[in-house]
Design a protein around this ligand. Structure first.
Ligand SMILES: [Zn+2]
Length: 308
């Protein structure tokens, strides 16, 4: 039987728990445990009237939260197209004005998604590359790696995202696995939109052009940095109309579609990347709610509109 002293201690301990976990002055609403399929996105929020800052990490990637209205912090997390199914923790730290620090680990499950798979044989040496090709491929890899290694800037994008061309995507092209002569190749990390040649390709959101050039696989390419570690990519372009460093607004024409690079016909390859996870760009159209407050760039846009 418990002694009265031990019972009193237990009660004291539980009162302590209540203060630290939510009944006290620093009440915090943490996100619920979540499951994210390969290539998908999830919006997460932390709420608390006294919270002034939220930091997050998922695996080795930082999760960038930002203030979004009174007492709310919001962020996006995503699972790479090739993410290993795993049970992870979204590690969160919230800080209050008075210097209080509150932590919570939210279970996040990365889940396997069934992607379209094609298996075929080609004659030996069919897709062999020359030494010159290898130089070009290395140049392409270096250029893209440099872009994604840059530290993330402030968010420039606003809900909603736009389709870069009015056409539909070719069925299940995102995440498609090809097995050639029995060897699995890297999954297709973008979405192919069936744009005829010379279709105007527009920026799916506000951002900065961080790459504009011609490459071996991707052909004419534009990469937009939307801030907050989010990028969108546009490949196989024929006529690039923006330069590196240009700030573009949602709907601005970036280029015309084409069939440049390693392709068999004209289309637009549209890609998206969030904190080094290659995600299905359709997720940007489907999963981003209208709750996001305008970004800095959007307030500038509205000023221009009012001045007219
Ligand atoms: Zn593609």
């Amino acid at each position: 039987m418990r002694s009265p002293v031990a019972l009193a201690n237990l009660v004291a301990l539980c009162l302590g728990c209540a203060t630290a976990f939510g009944a006290g002055p620093a009440r915090i609403v943490w996100p619920k445990p979540m499951e994210i399929f390969q290539g998908e996105l999830s919006e997460v929020s932390v709420m608390g009237s006294e919270i002034t800052e939220v930091e997050g990490a998922l695996g080795k990637e930082k999760v960038l939260f930002q203030a979004n209205g009174a007492a709310k912090f919001i962020a996006l997390i995503g699972a790479d197209v090739d993410a290993k199914p795993a049970a992870l923790k979204l590690r969160l730290t919230a800080r209050s004005r008075e210097g209080g620090e509150f932590r919570s680990d939210i279970p996040v499950k990365f889940k396997k998604k069934i992607f379209h798979q094609e298996s075929f044989q080609v004659p030996p040496g069919f897709d062999q590359t020359t030494p010159e090709n290898l130089d070009e491929i290395r140049r392409e890899q270096t250029a893209f790696a440099r872009v994604f290694a840059a530290p993330p800037g402030d968010r420039l994008w606003d809900a909603p995202f736009l389709r870069p061309v009015p056409h539909q995507e070719s069925a299940s092209s995102f995440g498609r696995r090809r097995i050639i002569n029995g060897t699995p190749r890297a999954p297709h990390s973008g979405l192919d939109l069936s744009a005829p040649a010379d279709t105007e390709v527009v920026a799916s959101n506000h951002g900065k052009v961080v790459l504009a050039g011609n490459f071996f696989f991707a052909g004419g390419s534009v990469v937009l940095d939307h801030g907050g570690a989010l990028y969108t990519m546009y490949f196989h372009l024929s006529d690039i109309r923006v330069g590196e460093g240009t700030i573009v607004r949602k709907g601005d024409v970036l280029a015309l579609s084409g069939a440049t690079g390693r392709v068999t016909g004209a289309h637009l390859h549209w890609g998206a990347r969030l904190a080094n996870a290659r995600i299905d760009p359709l997720e940007l159209l489907k999963k981003i709610s209208s709750h996001w407050q305008p970004s800095g760039l959007s307030s500038e846009t509205s000023t221009h509109i009012t001045e007219k």
